[in-house]
Write a protein that binds this ligand. Structure first.
Ligand code: CUA
Length: 160
């Protein structure tokens, strides 16, 4: 079979692109641990405030677990409870979030933390905060008129 020169180039380009994109996805997933957050745990969204751990939103130090802190957060139109989070640098933090009403987002800018907060589901993500700084948390899912004002702040502080 005869292939025109340009057609061959184009096939090589297409094949190479496919390989490169698969490599990027593979490296992101297996080397950098970038996975879609799983929301396998369910919750009655109408009673979020009565159900642990969401009856006590905030930053909690834990022991005997694979992580040092649990950050429990409730999203609702158009704010997060608590409005500000503070954790010491170097700690391993598990973020546990849910929504009381509609789908909200939870994106910590400058990091790879970006989850959906869905009513009826609990989203979790564990990460190590290794750089001191103030990280803006924004709602990354359009949730209504107050969407653009929905934000929070993660303060990673020097523990000494
Ligand atoms: Cu909450 Cu957008």
């Amino acid at each position: 079979m005869h292939l025109h020169k340009y057609e061959r180039y184009w096939l090589i380009f297409g094949g190479a692109s496919l390989v490169i994109f698969l490599l990027i996805t593979g490296i992101m997933a297996f080397h950098y641990g970038s996975h879609p957050p799983s929301a396998k745990k369910t919750i009655n969204y109408e009673q979020v405030e009565q159900i642990a751990p969401f009856n006590k939103p905030g930053v909690h130090k834990v022991s005997g677990k694979d992580w040092d802190y649990e950050v429990v957060l409730v999203a609702s139109a158009f704010y997060y409870n608590p409005p500000e989070l503070k954790v010491p640098v170097g700690s391993k933090v598990k973020f546990i979030i849910t929504s009381k009403d509609v789908v909200h987002g939870f994106e910590i800018t400058g990091t790879n933390v970006n989850m959906m907060a869905e009513p009826g589901y609990i989203s979790e993500y564990t990460t190590t905060v290794d750089k001191v700084g103030d990280y803006l948390i924004v709602c990354s899912e359009y949730c209504g008129v107050g969407h653009a004002q929905m934000h929070s702040m993660l303060r990673v502080v020097d523990s000494k």
